[in-house]
Design a protein around this ligand. Structure first.
Ligand code: G16
Length: 543
């Protein structure tokens, strides 16, 4: 097999966002587009010759094509071995598990997460480092620099590898191992959680549904929930991964997981959960009861001592800045640190590696721990099932008791999707211009005590990340409004407005979230002039 050196020229805009490079499939299908980015990843790495790379994706359209290209490029660039999931399938947390377990040099994960798939949908690619986590900013910046300078890429001329069968294949001097996509991950879950207790609960008639949304978690959920835990076969809904996710939007929230919400209306249902395109996000629901991701992290932290893998205690908790402060209240009682990082799972890696945090989470339906270096949808579901099996109470009761103990952080995110980029940038600049004048200003019941751009100084490696979201904080109710532009969208800009208010008084915990936050929602409009800058008078998605 010969190694080809193919001349190329840079493409604009191959800058990794919050989580890798995400673009329309049609953008990736341009000649040399994927190859340029993959070569730029390899060009940014050192000393990987002869070492192992993990490759897999969420099964969306273009996954298999991209994997064949990556295998041939990995061989041409000198990797010794690639571990690839059967049929090209690896959920993001499974890829992280495999990188760690087999001490691989790194991994390439193909996914656009919760973004729709199919020929007209989105595709994505990201590089994970040897700890199993997303590459930190210094690596993604180096990759980007290489994309702007690239002149050629290397690829072997060879037939495609049969990914449908587990086995070992040779590609030039590199070995390709097609591995079971599920087993290593499912084994790890079995080590962390009390499967016997969960099994007994399910045997006793506990009724639940898990919506895999025709995305990657179907095979994982079937193996873990049905084969290993003995749940009824109907438990896993939409369990077959499809290249276009059955034309659905694999984003586990109340707006998109409609099948699940309908199913939970059936008599006798106690628990519902869903996961996203690549299996790292999760949504937790009780009977007609939604648990916000921030509350979910707080409950997980408060109950971790009940779970085998965590009963030795927590080193600390980490949450992204826009995530509600519900976990902070738990950390304060436990006497442990709660770190506040920018949005993006990559910022948790150092804290986890340094043993400063055990649990981490984000408002964007992500929860995880030091068991891997990615957020982990099924892990969160199993954590909740284990808590329910021990506490023997409904989800809603657990949540209400939690609020009574710690107070309730009313929380909501309003997304304005696909707005004009220029208008969104002007809105953010307009907010920045007000930082000085906002300070100390009173709006109704609220007095501003903070108006700034969030910067993060990593306590482990000292790196600094600036402009990570605009924070407007108030004296009353620990209230906050945060404005950020999403780093994962592929069309125009997405403005995210995060709203939060703390309520310690249990007699006020019954309010509807949007009502509890109504004055802050009005204030967000008043301060940011959302309508004027985006032309929108209401959010496209509210979670
Ligand atoms: C990614 C990141 C998360 C982030 C989320 C939303 O998740 O890994 O850390 O919270 O995007 O980011 P943004 O607000 O910039 O759109 P995923 O599940 O899409 O990989």
């Amino acid at each position: 097999m010969t190694i080809q050196i193919v001349n190329t020229t840079p493409f604009d805009g191959q800058k990794p966002g919050t989580s890798g490079l995400r673009k329309k499939v049609t953008v990736f299908q341009q000649a040399h587009y994927l190859e340029n980015f993959v070569q730029s990843i390899f060009n940014s790495l050192q000393d990987f010759q002869g070492k192992t790379l993990v490759v897999g994706g969420d099964g969306r359209f273009y996954n298999k094509t991209a994997i064949q290209t990556i295998l041939k490029m990995a061989a041409a660039n000198g990797f010794g071995q690639v571990l690839v999931g059967q049929n090209g399938i690896l959920s993001t947390p499974a890829a992280s598990t495999i990188i760690r377990k087999y001490q691989a040099f790194g991994g390439i994960i193909l996914s656009a997460s919760h973004n729709p798939g199919g020929q007209d949908g989105d595709f994505g690619i990201k590089y994970n480092i040897g700890n199993g986590g997303p590459a930190p900013e210094k690596v993604t910046e180096a990759i980007y620099t290489h994309t702007t300078e690239i002149k050629a890429y290397k690829i072997v001329e060879a037939a495609d590898i049969d990914l449908s069968q587990q086995g070992e294949y040779q590609l030039a001097n590199m070995q390709v191992k097609v591995i079971d996509s599920v087993a290593d991950y499912a084994d790890l879950m079995q080590e962390l959680f009390d499967f016997e207790a969960i099994k007994s609960m399910l045997d006793a008639g506990f009724n639940m549904r898990f919506d895999a949304m025709h995305a990657v978690t179907g095979p994982y959920a079937k193996d873990i929930l049905i084969n290993r835990l003995g749940a009824h076969p109907d438990t896993v809904m939409n369990g077959e991964p499809l290249e276009d996710f059955g034309k659905g939007h694999p984003d586990p929230n109340q707006a998109h997981a409609k099948d699940l919400i309908e199913e939970l209306e059936k008599p006798g249902m106690s628990f519902g959960a869903a996961s996203d395109g690549d299996g790292d996000r999760n949504m937790i629901m009780g009977r007609r009861f939604f648990v916000t991701p921030s509350d979910s992290l707080a409950v997980i932290a408060a109950n971790a001592h009940l779970i085998p893998g965590y009963k030795q205690g927590l080193a600390g908790i980490a949450r992204s800045m826009p995530t509600s402060k519900a976990p902070d209240h738990v950390a304060a009682r436990l006497g442990i640190d709660c770190f506040e990082t920018p949005t993006g799972w990559k910022f948790f890696g150092n804290l986890l590696d340094a043993g400063k945090a055990t649990l981490c989470g984000e408002e964007s339906f992500g929860t995880g721990s030091n068991h891997v270096r990615e957020k982990d949808g099924l892990w969160a579901v199993l954590f909740w099932l284990n808590i329910l099996a021990v506490r023997k109470q409904p989800v809603e009761m657990i949540m209400r008791e939690h609020w009574q103990t710690y107070g309730r952080n009313f929380y909501s995110r309003h997304d304005y999707e696909g707005v004009d980029k220029e208008g969104a940038t002007e809105l953010m600049d307009h907010l920045r211009q007000q930082f000085n004048s906002l300070q100390g200003q009173t709006f109704g019941h609220y007095t501003v005590n903070l108006a700034d751009d969030f910067s993060y100084n990593d306590p482990v490696d000292g790196s600094c990340s600036h402009k990570q979201g605009i924070r407007i904080g108030f004296d009353e109710h620990e209230a906050r409004i945060i404005f950020r532009l999403s780093g994962t969208g592929t069309v125009g800009a997405t403005l995210r407005v995060y709203l939060e208010k703390y309520e310690p008084d249990p007699s006020k915990h019954e309010q509807d979230t949007q009502q509890a936050l109504a004055d802050l929602i009005d204030l967000a409009e008043q301060i940011a002039q959302i309508k004027q800058f985006t032309g929108r008078d209401k959010a496209s998605v509210i979670t």
